[in-house]
Design a protein around this ligand. Sequence first.
Ligand SMILES: CC(C)(COP(=O)(O)OP(=O)(O)OC[C@H]1O[C@@H](n2cnc3c(N)ncnc32)[C@H](O)[C@@H]1OP(=O)(O)O)[C@@H](O)C(=O)NCCC(=O)NCCS
Length: 161
Amino acid sequence: MAAFDLPAVLAVQSQCYGDALLESSEALASRLTLSPETCWIAALPDGSLAAYLFTHAWPEDALPPLDGVLARGWADDTALTWFVHDMAVAPGGRGTGIAQRLYAASRDAALAAGLRSSRLIAVQSASAWWRRLGYAPIVAGKHAEKLADYGDDAVLMGCRL
Ligand SMILES: CC(C)(COP(=O)(O)OP(=O)(O)OC[C@H]1O[C@@H](n2cnc3c(N)ncnc32)[C@H](O)[C@@H]1OP(=O)(O)O)[C@@H](O)C(=O)NCCC(=O)NCCS
């Protein structure tokens, strides 16, 4: 993914999420800036965007704010996890395996960067889909309040890489 992909990313986002989960261009751009090697898109032969994936390293004991502008603000000895922020496939591209391919490309980059665990927040009933990739629910505990910002059905999930 590159910065010039963001307008097309926003268009796919609007096809995939309800209003409460839409994030600004600035919030998404900050995730790309934080970790360009682990943010991916899939384009169709005509150049249109079929899917995108934002992921980045993040402190293991924290959750990034929905629609917040992120920056690297942690100390060098902080335990980090690979945070899988947002996977979206435009309706016309679903069921093609494109999501798993984006995931695999990004996970390889996360592994190469030395990350060995992953976390995500499943929304819109997607926890069953993430289970297929090896994720399991984690008790929200101190993260419950921030998790609620992601919707009533948001589920914190994690796995070892
Ligand atoms: C979630 C998403 C990325 C999966 O992509 P996809 O191309 O549909 O998924 P795949 O082809 O890998 O898998 C399809 C299977 O997953 C299931 N599935 C897809 N989305 C699901 C969801 N939200 N909840 C439960 N199951 C889901 C399908 O029913 C299908 O099941 P089947 O194999 O038994 O027929 C896509 O549906 C999407 O972009 N959804 C909108 C954005 C979103 O909610 N993203 C997840 C945020 S955590």
